[in-house]
Write a protein that binds this ligand. Structure first.
Ligand code: ZN
Ligand code: ZN
Length: 264
């Protein structure tokens, strides 16, 4: 799908091995689909390093983050955290994360995940960077933690939103942006499309979470940034907007939130 409107993939794991064989082609297809930027999200210190290196070789197009994912074994590891803090301190990163809570995979004890989340939120506030939040089956505890930090300059995105409209409201009230990915296009997820219609337009972001969760009509394949256009199209239709309007709004939101180049 080729879109003339500028799009940003606000959450992809471009540094992952899944793209090692054909990353140049993936990036070429992204640009051809109208993408003007990708936020390359880290899940630990090593992937943050890879994302930063990609940003150096694709200046202005790839923007790296640093953080520890709540399902990584190193979540709660002191040395890993210090490494992430040092990376964020380098000033090369556009966001802290992804961090968050995941009660579905349950690989890391919840108290450890909460402690890590609090550290990430503290670091984001201290450095005035946005935070990227992951949440799976843990909206209540996540909202509780976020609310303790809200109002002190906390800003960021709850990415790949999979909750209900009821879970959405407190997160929007806490000042967060909400990111929608490929799952929004899956036929049975009318609940998600309802949420995508409800988010204030100035808080809406689109993403792929590539290499996972490719949107319809690419479902089942490896996901890649170019496919963000399919999610944009779906949400535009849901909201009764044309694609260009939706693209302009979400791209402007992404540029403002992550401090990306280009006119917001
Ligand atoms: Zn995630
Ligand atoms: Zn992710």
């Amino acid at each position: 799908m080729v879109s003339q409107a500028p799009l940003v993939d606000t959450h992809c794991h471009l540094g992952f091995e899944a793209f090692d064989k054909d990353r140049p082609e993936v990036l070429e297809r992204a640009r051809a689909a109208g993408l003007v930027a990708c936020v390359a999200v880290a899940v630990d210190a090593a992937s943050a390093g890879v994302a930063a290196a990609l940003a150096v070789s694709h200046p202005g197009f790839i923007h790296p983050t640093a953080g520890i994912h709540p399902t990584e074994d190193c979540c709660g590891d002191e040395a890993e955290w210090e490494h992430v803090e040092a990376l964020i301190g380098s000033g090369e990163y556009v966001a802290v994360g992804e961090t968050g809570l995941d009660a579905f995979h349950d690989r890391v004890p919840m108290p450890t995940q909460i402690d890590s989340l609090e550290r990430h939120l503290g670091l984001a506030i201290e450095t005035r960077l946005p935070v990227i939040l992951h949440c799976r089956d843990a909206f209540e505890p996540l909202t509780e933690v976020v609310n303790r930090f809200a109002g002190s300059g906390l800003h960021g995105v709850l990415h790949c939103f999979t909750g209900s409209i009821r879970e959405l409201a407190p997160l929007v009230a806490a000042g967060l942006h909400i990111g929608f990915g490929g799952i929004t296009t899956f036929k049975p997820r009318e609940d998600l499309r309802e949420a995508a219609r409800e988010v204030p337009l100035d808080r809406l972001l689109i993403e792929t979470d590539a290499p996972w969760l490719a949107p319809v009509p690419h479902r089942g394949r490896r996901n890649e940034p170019a496919y963000v256009a399919a999610t944009a199209q779906c949400i535009a239709e849901e909201r009764g907007l044309d694609l260009a309007t939706l693209a302009r709004a979400t791209t402007s939101n992404a540029r403002a939130l992550f401090g990306l180049p280009g006119t917001p």
